[in-house]
Design a binder for this molecule. Sequence first.
Ligand code: SF4
Length: 68
Amino acid sequence: MPRVSCSIIQPQCSRCQACVEACPELFAWDEELGEVVVREDCADAPDLAKAVAWCPHDCIEVHDPDTP
Ligand code: SF4
């Protein structure tokens, strides 16, 4: 069964890391890249909605396979 996944619209992201604080199971700060990355193995993290709500720039895109 396809799972919900998400990605970050990097050009919109201010690197505030609120999403990392809200949902560390799913988002992580990558020192080398200097940006937030999504951990692919945790796509159904319970705090995803909180991270989306906390993002000040609406740059977390959620891909729900059940929503066309
Ligand atoms: S909360 Fe939004 S703006 Fe802040 S680092 Fe995460 S994705 Fe970027």
